[in-house]
Design a protein around this ligand. Structure first.
Ligand code: ZN
Length: 387
């Protein structure tokens, strides 16, 4: 089905902006961009006046099944529902960094093969953690180097796209979020398996020492990294380490959770403290030029599209010193680079996949416009329309 969007502002994520242009695409990809005078060949025509057309957004830190750890069928249901819900935020690709039973891997394959419609998925399956550690309920608990090697190799055999590990505790869970959980030898084991199987590695990091160790050990991508300082940021630039700050999650948790018991009170306190730290880390990462893409930690409390997690993440980059054009690149082409799919998606170019988001307003004038998602197309198919 050919779709033509006319008279829209078009931002291609290569640095070009067309103030008033047209774009034609179908399921095979983007067919034309510029001034198009062949309305008759389009099956659907959308008036783009007052709207902006961008490459679909990429969320590099999602738990599509939330932290659901029930039976396989329930997890699969939540994974699909959570994945589809992201189209409301304009998301056309996501990286799943922790899903029980590797339901994300199976869903990825179903979407790739056309058995199911949905955003493109890059999947890490079950994260590597410790017994009684952060995310144990959805992860593969490992307490020795041998168990860690076996878990990482098993995940690679199951064809995960990423290896995710939990070197530290987190905001959700009992006790301080900065506690170190995986040993240095276990972290090295995961990274060595990643190298052997050409599988990139990412790590949930809420402690300075663990963060520094992972960066020096050759981790591909830091998640959260709330303790970052200038020294580590510079090392990340030198080593080409990526950074996904997930700044929204602790803002939304500390804003929307209304504690009814001691545990929830502690959770809100931890989230508020983590929010202060991540705002500092964000400023440092932006100033030092660390490679960044966008991740929300959707799946945690109050990070769903109804709470505008993705647009809020972009807003937090903006008030931490990133220019709107760079934010839109982080949300699109940078995410595609991190996920190794920049030849397929991440920019608006003839021949690329028609992963497209249409917003009301102009996000270059006000990044808040990223809240106003009107249409989301994944591979040319309309999967969300806010009428
Ligand atoms: Zn997470």
């Amino acid at each position: 089905m050919k779709t033509l969007i006319r008279n829209a502002k078009i931002i291609d994520s290569l640095g070009n902006v067309i103030e008033d242009g047209d774009i034609l695409f179908d399921e095979t990809g983007i067919l034309e961009i510029g001034r198009i005078n062949e309305e008759s060949t389009a099956d659907r025509i959308i008036d783009g006046s007052g709207k902006t057309v961008l490459p679909g957004f990429i969320d590099c830190h999602v738990h599509p099944a939330e932290l659901c750890a029930e039976d396989e069928i329930t997890v699969a249901y939540h994974a699909y529902r959570g994945t589809m819900a992201l189209t409301r935020s304009g998301i056309t690709t996501l990286r799943s960094v922790g899903t029980k039973y590797n339901a994300d891997v199976r869903l990825r394959d179903m979407i790739e093969s056309g058995q199911a419609d949905g955003p493109r998925i890059k999947a890490a399956g079950e994260p590597i953690c410790i017994t009684c550690g952060h995310c144990e309920e959805i992860g593969m608990p490992c307490d020795t180097v041998g168990e860690t090697l076996k878990a990482a190799r098993t995940l690679c055999r199951k064809r995960v796209d990423w290896l995710k590990m939990m070197p530290t505790a987190g905001v959700l869970g009992v006790g301080p979020s900065t506690e170190i959980q995986l040993s240095k030898e276990q972290i090295e084991a995961v990274i060595s398996v990643g190298r052997a199987f050409a599988t990139p590695t990412c790590a949930h990091l809420m402690n300075y020492e663990a963060l520094e160790f992972c960066v020096e050990a050759g981790l591909t991508c830091v998640e959260h990294g709330y303790d970052m300082d200038e020294r580590i940021a510079r090392r990340m630039v030198e080593l080409g380490t990526w950074y996904i700050p997930t700044a929204t999650v602790t803002l939304n948790e500390s804003t929307y959770i209304k504690p009814t018991n001691k545990h929830e009170e502690e959770l809100v306190e931890k989230a508020a403290a983590a929010q202060q730290k991540v705002r500092n880390a964000l400023k440092i990462a932006i100033r030092e030029g660390v490679k960044m893409a966008v991740g929300t930690d959707t799946g945690c409390p109050f990070t769903d599209p109804e709470h505008y997690a993705y647009a809020t993440e972009l807003y937090l980059y903006n008030i931490s010193g990133m220019e709107p054009m760079d934010i839109l690149k982080a949300a699109t082409i940078r995410g595609a680079e991190l996920l190794g799919i920049d030849s397929e998606t991440g920019t608006l170019e003839v021949g690329k996949c028609a992963d497209i988001v249409v917003l009301d307003g102009d996000p270059l004038a006000d990044v808040g416009a990223c809240r106003n998602v009107r249409y989301t197309f994944c591979r040319g198919k309309l999967l969300y329309h806010n009428a």
